[in-house]
Design a protein around this ligand. Structure first.
Ligand SMILES: Cc1ncc(COP(=O)(O)O)c(C=O)c1O
Length: 395
């Protein structure tokens, strides 16, 4: 079979990735894997067995397009208790990870050439989806509270003059990926007001809200603060229970629900995975949250200590109160993109800053995640990384 003329070639934009990103390494500071050290697999096996024995018959038909009703009810209860977000299980739909929900939303929103607003640095998976769908991606400047309202308004006014109305704004409002920033309450209100004024829907991604470690309680979700159906809320249990489970969920305004119904809410995730997540969360959800918090605290602290011991003070990094990553700034001119392959060959991986930008610039930044390796491994891996950066003259 000759596939040469079958695939999309002509109009497909190339989304570049650095060499070494996909290599296997001992020290993996590049991926927000589930914290394996906090997961109790005996409990998970037991609750999975329980639900199969109780409700195994529900595996025979195709799943409810919006997802397992029992899990949607539980999500509604958890969102109310943990995030003060009050919603009906009927407004929730379950997807193949948060990424699956984002894909489904792009299916109903986006055509090639459409304009989309995102933060100055944004999650590389969503960015890759946007770029491969040929979106016109506009990064909005951020400070240490997230998107700067004046910059947002300036961009929207400029686009309006060109008769461009962005299809939506995508932001990660809690422990932002990659910078770790949480948008404070007042800033959230300002962003919503501007979005409403310019009629730009917001896709709010809270994938890291279950990972508070310490510091102030989280502000209310933008979904809860909005009063005009402007916000769609996206989150997931992938990083809480297992990336391999692929369980995400969204809370959707009615206007969007009608549209999602036209694509049957995308491809359903596995009903078995959904049932297993439900059964474990129902019995152990809150205790598991405490285990995750404890474990992430040790790992974050190990990374912060190792950074302090091994990196010079010409480098800066954040000290996050939650989430799974910190954001590092190297001296001006340092190129973490091109050094990644050398680092991966020596057993350590990270994400260069350019991965979070449409044009792949700003590689004197990098993201380091701490959810996967043990505290001792984190310590050793950071020491190794400092040695590599020094030899490569980045620091
Ligand atoms: C902000 C954000 N959204 C979505 C995803 C994709 O998550 P999932 O594995 O739930 O599809 C990630 C994964 O790293 C993420 O950080």
């Amino acid at each position: 079979m000759d596939y040469a003329k079958k695939f999309i070639v002509d109009n497909k934009p190339e989304v570049t990735f650095p060499d070494g990103l996909r290599d296997d390494t001992k020290y993996t500071f590049s991926i927000t894997y589930t914290d394996q050290h906090s997961m109790n697999y005996d409990q998970f096996a037991e609750t999975t067995r329980d639900i199969i024995l109780k409700d195994g018959n529900s595996l025979a038909p195709y799943p409810d397009p919006q997802g397992y009703p029992e899990l949607r009810e539980l999500i509604s209860e958890r969102l109310s208790a943990l995030r003060g977000l009050n919603t009906d299980p009927d407004s929730i739909y379950i997807s193949g990870g948060a990424g699956g929900a984002i894909e489904n939303l792009l299916d109903i929103f986006l055509e090639p050439g459409d304009t989309v607003l995102i933060e100055e640095f944004s999650y590389l998976g969503t960015l890759a989806m946007l770029l491969s769908r040929q979106a016109n991606v506009v990064h909005i400047d951020c400070d240490d509270q997230g998107i700067i309202p004046e910059s947002l308004e300036e961009n929207l006014a400029k686009l309006a003059k060109e008769k461009i109305s962005p299809k939506f704004m995508y932001l990660i409002s809690v422990y932002q990926n990659p910078t770790g920033i949480t948008i404070p309450l007042e800033r959230r209100k300002q962003i919503i007001e501007i979005a409403q004024k310019y009629n730009v829907p917001i896709l709010e991604n809270e994938s890291y809200a279950d990972f508070r470690i310490d510091g102030d309680p989280l502000p209310a979700p933008m979904y809860e603060l909005d009063d005009q159906d402007s916000v769609t809320y996206i989150s997931a249990y992938t990083k809480f229970l297992g990336c391999g489970l692929r369980i995400g969920y969204s809370v959707i305004p009615d206007a969007i629900k009608d549209q999602l119904e036209t694509i049957r809410f995308g491809t359903s995730p596995s009903q078995l995975a959904t049932m297993a997540a439900y059964s474990f969360l129902k019995k152990h959800g809150y205790d598991h949250g405490l285990e995750v918090e404890k474990s992430l605290m040790q790992k974050r602290d190990a990374m912060l200590t190792a950074l302090k011991e091994n990196f010079p003070d010409t480098c800066e990094w954040t000290e996050p109160n939650g989430g799974m990553m910190l954001w590092m700034k190297l001296p001006e001119g340092a190129d973490s993109w091109n050094v990644l392959k050398t680092a991966a060959d020596r057993g350590v991986k990270y994400n260069p800053g350019g991965l979070f930008r449409a044009n792949r610039d700003r590689n004197n930044y990098l993201r380091l995640t701490y959810s996967y390796n043990s505290p001792q491994e984190i310590h050793d891996g950071i020491k190794l990384l400092a040695d590599i950066f020094e030899k490569e003259k980045l620091i």
